[in-house]
Design a binder for this molecule. Structure first.
Ligand SMILES: [Zn+2]
Length: 469
């Protein structure tokens, strides 16, 4: 639902940063270390549900079931997947687009789960810290030698040059030892990934295919151009080892379930339609292609480009084929809502909520439609729906933004300010969040739950990497 044309922006800056980092270490790319304005994360119930279904069995077999590990989709077209902390797997939408089968993406997720299960991130940080200390010592030793060289009265003396060499030498050694450490972690993650796939009765072929593709590409592409290749060194030996391991799996030839393949294709069609330029969408899905995914992409791109009438006709065609598909109903509601017809959006969104078993992001869209009607009769219902949604989906600012509007309409300015503050906080705009929360505090009685929540925001320290859509 939160796929928006406004999200369609190039963030090549991030890719450049990734390439610039001399040592982009596997589990921690510099992408999230940057303070990014705007939403780097894409939210969509259908895509998130698919990724959850891909990861759940793997996490279970890896013993990580209880850790509440989330998969988030990053607004980046390059191929990348990584773990950035102990409880999140990030996947670029580009990795979904470039995975032709569920099994290819599941293989990458299994590999990333291998990093998680092995605690590689924490180990890597330790290793980095150790390397940093070694580096500092080496530099101090080198500087000492240079000072000695200068003191001898001849700055061109061999001693001064030896000083420079003493700086460069250990750095190179440390860099190499880090790289070999990263490779070892990659091999461990490959092995763990194959083990997880075998334990869940899935083929490791997709994982092998994806990594093989990167080896092939690295022969042609400038090294390091791709962030995944940057963080995942793919020497031929590694891919050969993976191939041996993968081919020995009893599930090597097992094909993806056709139903799962269709869901995968639908999500790729949706991502293409929302994120890619229209001519790219039609190149991938020509008008002559009347498969379900192609029709999905056509309907979305038609609505995004302003032809609501034609889009609705196409969406109705989809609904006729699959009346119980919550995402077709959601799309109908979203198209109507964004097309300025919120009252008409309510019925399909109610259906989408029901069919999706109360997916909170769809709840938020329904709340938004109820608020957008300007009909006071809907205010209380909107508040009830939105409150339940923000309780279950704690990272999407949209719920709070709509809640603030509903409270405002009711004349409850204390709750309205608090909800606006929460929305700003989730957007990472801590200054606005504090200002609004301070104002909310003056409107609540001291010590009431609303006052306490507002006080928490006023006192909150900015959370690193905190941003969501
Ligand atoms: Zn890896």
């Amino acid at each position: 639902m939160l796929f928006r044309p406004t999200l369609r922006r190039k963030t090549s800056k991030l890719t450049a940063a990734a390439a610039a980092a001399a040592l982009a270490i596997a589990p921690m790319p510099p992408v999230l270390a940057q303070k990014e304005k705007g939403p780097p994360v894409i939210r969509d119930t259908e895509a998130e549900q698919l990724l959850r279904d891909y990861t759940r069995p793997i996490l279970r077999t890896a013993g990580l079931e209880k850790q509440n590990i989330q998969v988030a989709i990053i607004n980046e077209s390059a191929f990348n997947a990584f773990v950035a902390d102990g409880h999140r797997i990030f996947v670029n939408y580009g990795a979904i687009m470039q995975s032709e089968t569920p099994n290819q993406l599941i293989g990458v997720l299994a590999h990333e789960t291998g990093h998680l299960a092995g605690g590689h991130l924490a180990k890597m940080r330790e290793q980095m810290a150790r390397a940093q200390t070694q580096m500092i010592i080496a530099m101090l030793l080198g500087a000492g030698a240079m000072v000695a060289g200068a003191a001898s009265g001849n700055s061109n003396s061999g001693l001064a040059n030896a000083g420079a060499a003493a700086v460069a030498g250990p750095q190179e050694m440390i860099r190499r030892s880090l790289i070999s450490y990263v490779r070892q972690q990659e091999e461990n993650a490959d092995r763990a990934g194959v083990k997880f796939l075998t334990a869940t009765g899935q083929s490791p072929r997709g994982m092998y295919e994806t990594f093989k593709r990167f080896t092939n590409e690295s022969l042609f592409a400038a090294r390091g151009a791709d962030p995944y290749l940057q963080s995942h060194p793919m020497p031929a030996e590694r891919v050969a080892a993976l191939e041996g391991l993968a081919r020995s799996s009893p599930y090597w030839d097992k094909k993806d379930d056709p139903g799962l393949q269709l869901r995968h294709d639908m999500v790729r069609a949706k991502i293409s339609a929302f994120m890619e330029p229209q001519d790219t969408v039609y190149r991938r899905y020509p008008m002559s292609n009347d498969s379900l995914p192609a029709r999905y992409a056509h309907a979305i791109t038609t609505y995004l480009h302003g032809d609501l009438r034609s889009a609705l006709a196409q969406i109705d065609g989809l609904i006729q084929l699959q009346p119980n598909n919550p995402y077709f109903q959601e799309l109908r509601g979203q198209a109507l809502l964004e097309g300025g017809k919120p009252a008409e959006a309510i019925a399909p969104l109610r259906k989408a909520v029901q069919l999706s078993n109360n997916a909170p992001l769809i709840d938020m869209l329904l709340g938004q439609a109820l608020v957008a009607t300007n009909n006071k009769a809907y205010t209380e219902e909107a508040i009830t729906i939105l409150r339940a949604a923000v309780a279950r989906e704690t990272e999407a600012p949209l719920g709070y933004t709509q809640l603030a509007m509903a409270y405002g309409r009711k004349g409850d300015y204390a709750e309205a300010d608090l909800a606006s503050a929460q929305a700003a906080f989730l957007r990472g705009d801590n200054k606005t969040a504090r200002e609004l929360a301070s104002r909310a505090k003056t409107r609540f009685a001291v010590g009431t739950p609303g006052w306490v929540k507002a006080d928490d925001i006023v006192a909150a320290k900015p959370m690193p990497g905190q941003n969501s859509n």
